[in-house]
Ligand binder design. Structure first.
Ligand SMILES: Nc1nc2c(c(=O)[nH]1)N[C@@H](CN(C=O)c1ccc(C(=O)N[C@@H](CCC(=O)O)C(=O)O)cc1)CN2
Ligand SMILES: [Mg+2]
Length: 297
């Protein structure tokens, strides 16, 4: 079997086109322009690329894009003051603080300071609590992107067995919750799971979010399963020349693609959907702040 490729780049383009149409309707019918503020602290090169893409795509969909670049030695108090100012600014409907933050800053404190109604990352405990209890909050972008790709590829997910490998607060746990809400039978596996290959082998849907390069092997995958690879790992690529690197996921792609029914590539799978869902969440947050139904703009 050769798996068909789930093209996250093409799907993200469709999501962004939908966002742009909603933004245009919000402006024309309601005089509302959504605004997203993105804050980056320090100069981590990967974070700078992600933030640049977020800022550009926000503007490209017709929203107001506010970009704050703070020095690496910014104090926690200064960052919290910036967040408070954005919470109070009516032109800002969504706030995102790029992670990771420098060591002197407590990420949990910063996330807790964001107004949950503007928390377009969906990381605030109010939003994770709402997700866990079936309420209407803002959902973390990476798991939301994975769910949209799964529903697009498979339709109704009811009754399917899903394994989520990884238990982080920002991917693994919310992903498991979304799959449960979609009526899957869900297992959360992790580094201490006794028979990880066996757990993966039982699943119709595998979501890999462990952060370990190519850890999930092809012979762990059930034939025909759908594999969503959240991992983005840069590894040495001596075959490309000295000092060169390449990106790989958490799944051994070449092996898995001979067994799976469908698979996301790295790059070009989950990553682009993360940013598209951030834009979607910003429209959702804006609508709710203006008491508009996002489904009927
Ligand atoms: N506040 C947040 N911080 C972080 C998040 C987040 O959702 N909110 N997620 C990641 C980083 N991230 C977005 O911020 C992100 C990572 C990767 C991609 C992406 O499109 N990756 C490309 C490959 C990029 C490359 O060549 O290096 C792909 O997979 O095709 C988008 C967004 C951590 N921080
Ligand atoms: Mg820190």
């Amino acid at each position: 079997m050769t798996a068909s490729i789930i093209d996250g780049k093409a799907f993200a383009e469709k999501v962004r086109a939908g966002v742009a149409a909603d933004v245009s309707a919000l402006k024309a019918k309601h005089g509302v322009t959504p605004g997203l503020a993105v804050v980056i602290v320090g100069e981590d090169p990967a974070s700078q690329v992600y933030v640049k893409n977020k800022v550009k795509q926000t503007a490209d969909t017709g929203m107001n894009s506010f970009h704050f670049e703070l020095p690496a030695d910014t104090s926690e108090a200064d960052l919290l003051a910036r967040v408070e100012a954005l919470n109070a600014d009516p032109a800002v409907n969504g706030i995102l603080v790029q992670l990771p933050l420098p060591k002197q800053i407590d990420e949990a404190k910063v996330i807790a300071a964001i107004d949950p109604a503007k928390d377009v990352d969906g990381f605030h405990v109010v939003n994770s609590g709402l997700l866990a209890t079936g309420g209407r909050g803002l959902v973390p972008c990476t798991p939301l992107g994975c769910l949209l790709m799964l529903q697009d590829a498979l339709g109704d997910l009811s009754g399917l067995k899903a394994v989520v490998v990884g238990r982080s607060n920002i991917v693994g746990k919310p992903m498991a919750q979304l799959l449960l809400d979609a009526n899957c039978t869900v297992t959360i596996a992790h580094s201490r799971t006794k028979d990880l290959p066996g757990e993966v082998k039982a699943a119709d849907i595998v979501v890999a979010a462990v952060g370990r390069p190519e850890m999930i092997k092809g012979d762990w995958i059930k034939p025909g399963a759908t594999v969503i690879d959240v991992g983005i790992n840069r590894i040495a690529a001596p075959e490309k020349g000295e000092g060169k690197t390449r990106l790989v996921g958490d799944v051994a792609y070449d092996e898995a693609a001979t067994v799976a029914g469908r698979i996301t590539p790295v790059p070009g799978g989950v990553g682009p959907m993360t940013i598209a869902c951030l834009l979607r969440n910003t429209v959702t947050a804006t609508c709710r702040q203006h008491r508009l139904d996002p489904k009927a703009i």
